[in-house]
Design a protein around this ligand. Structure first.
Ligand code: AR6
Length: 184
């Protein structure tokens, strides 16, 4: 499984799944959330309204994740997660770690081979991008080790994920993720 970091716009990534840094309402916002809704078209907002009307009447809890189709995006699926908001005192790294682990679990259930993440909580929600990078890269590595424990090549793979891509919107964020990836 390749774990990589690139500079770019997550909405144009040619991957099976992109992850959205949403809010609990799931009904849109600014930042990467606004960009994903704009690129996916109105079907995405309608799907989010449907989730709120059915399985998520109180919204999506912080650290959890939910799947919708990708509509007009190249990505087949969007996995929406809600990062912890430092401005509301949500400083527990376990909550942020869950924003990377839960989408990976859901992506396995979708038979996805590739998934792209933004720097969840590093914008409006006020986390330092260095902290997000450390938690994100650490979580993906721990998830991979746990999932592949006991697997020997030649036997069926425990998951189909081949590429985990962090898509960063600034050079500063890219540097933070690359420096974590360079750590052995
Ligand atoms: N592609 C990749 N990364 C992006 C893009 C893009 N097109 N646009 C912004 N980023 P934020 P949060 C980066 O604020 O901190 C929304 O209003 C951005 O530079 O989008 O989790 C939601 O509705 C930053 O590094 O998400 C919530 O209310 C990172 O994505 C709230 O913001 C995350 O910034 C969530 O705040």
């Amino acid at each position: 499984m390749l774990i990589e970091a690139v500079l770019g716009d997550i909405t144009t990534q040619d991957v099976d799944v992109i992850v959205n840094a949403a809010n609990s309402s799931l009904l849109g916002g600014g930042g990467v959330d606004g960009a994903i809704h704009a690129a996916a078209g109105p079907g995405l907002l309608a799907a989010c309204h449907e989730l709120r009307a059915t399985t998520l009447p109180d919204g999506l809890p912080v650290g959890d994740a939910v799947v919708t189709p990708g509509f007009d995006l190249t990505a087949r699926w969007v996995i929406h997660t809600v990062g912890p908001n430092r401005h509301r005192g949500e400083t527990d790294p376990v909550l942020l770690s869950s924003c990377f682990a839960r989408p990976l679990e859901l992506a396995v259930g979708l038979d996805a081979a590739s998934i792209a993440f933004p720097a969840v909580s590093a914008g409006v929600y006020g986390w330092a991008v260095e902290d997000v990078a450390r938690i994100a890269v650490g979580t993906v590595r721990v998830w991979q080790e746990g999932t592949e424990a006991g697997w020997t090549p030649g036997h069926p793979r425990p998951h189909g994920i081949e590429v985990v891509r962090f898509v960063l919107f600034s050079q500063n964020a890219l540097d933070a993720f690359r420096s974590e990836l360079d750590r052995a």
